[in-house]
Design a protein around this ligand. Sequence first.
Ligand code: SF4
Length: 265
Amino acid sequence: MSQWVINGIRRGIQTTAYPAKPETAAGVSPGLPLGGAYPLEQMNSLMARCPTRVFSARDGQLVVDERHCIHCYRCMHGANQPVNWRQDYEWGTIRDGQGEFGRPFEKSIHICVMDAGDCGACLNEVRQLNNPYYNMHRLGFFITPTPRHADVLLVVGAVTDHIKFTLQKVYEAMPTPKRVVAVGACALTGGVFADSFVCTKGVADVLPVDVEVPGNPAPPLAILHGLLVAVGRKAPWSPAVQAPPEKETPNESGHAAAASARTKA
Ligand code: SF4
């Protein structure tokens, strides 16, 4: 018998038990900053240090819009006033607070993954969902290359101008019901590239996004949670102190169209 088979039998099942049980292994999540009550001086320092304006102050509390977090850790290191840090990974939230979706799909779920200008980081984390440790097949999740067979469109990347049309076509080709899951800071907000001369402010500029998974990149368990939220098998994360929703300003990149599509969906 091959040595790797013997090793496999000796070690037993290594696949995470999530979502049946919480995953407590070290390193499964890079964490996210945590809002709440902070001294005024510390709040001001955090707001000044964050390069992507994750922090704001409201009613004496630090508000965190984790969708903008690029995991640079400037708020954690190199300063004597670090932010509190959450180490969970259930980060999937429903965009625009639409409430829970119910369970629109039966049995297996097919996911079409679109690289809409990703640097490779979020895409690599999505790829991990197929490895033996995360093994999303055990949950009935499968990647499909064709939108005609897809229930969920998972998008990574800041949505460059060149991919906008293709992204819309892929979405239109999917049968209903369908869900859009945006993964990573770039897909959520455009990240550090937002509204530049080559890209949008994220997927919601182009498509009606249902579930958002923050992170830069989002870790595999957070993506798995987002997928479970999209199909109604897990509750979304709901922050104690939520950032106000971003204003939707119609612009040349089709933001207004996305807003009207969301209303129809
Ligand atoms: S890790 Fe970086 S981007 Fe994220 S909140 Fe901290 S300073 Fe801002």
